[in-house]
Write a protein that binds this ligand. Structure first.
Ligand SMILES: [Zn+2]
Length: 134
């Protein structure tokens, strides 16, 4: 096993002894190594997912399915178009290779677009609405 246990020469017996102790205490493998692997793996997956959602959001906005408030970048709400317009646009981009490497395949792409659109059910910018009613 290549991890911090191997730093410094402890010999095979030493490594086995450490492994045995770790096993008894309930640790599996090198704790530092495990933590790093889990964390970076999870983070990478989250970043991928965020990136996919970001691309899906851009497509939905470009297709007019969602609208982004001019005053509030973070506010995205329903545009006037049917969601299928976003699928059509996404598929043409996919075919043109414009979003290569973002989605695993077309079904994943349409799933995430659907998800992103459903996540923004407001019909107006809530912040603008708030300002108006003030
Ligand atoms: Zn707004």
């Amino acid at each position: 096993m290549l991890c911090c246990w191997n730093s410094g020469f402890v010999g095979v017996a030493g490594i086995l002894e450490k492994a045995e102790k770790a096993e008894k205490s309930g640790e599996v493998g090198c704790p530092n190594l495990q933590e790093n692997t889990t964390m970076s793996g999870g983070k990478q997956m989250m970043e991928d997912y965020e990136n996919k959602r970001e691309v899906a959001l851009r497509i939905a906005i470009e297709a007019g399915v969602l609208e982004q408030c001019e005053d509030h970048d973070e506010c995205v709400f329903e545009g006037g178009e049917e969601i299928k317009q976003a699928y059509i646009l996404a598929n043409s981009k996919y075919s043109a290779g414009e979003i290569e490497g973002v989605f695993v395949d077309r079904p994943e792409m349409t799933n995430i677009i659907k998800e992103v659109v459903e996540d923004h059910p407001a019909s107006d910018c809530p912040l603008c609405d708030k300002n108006k009613s003030d």
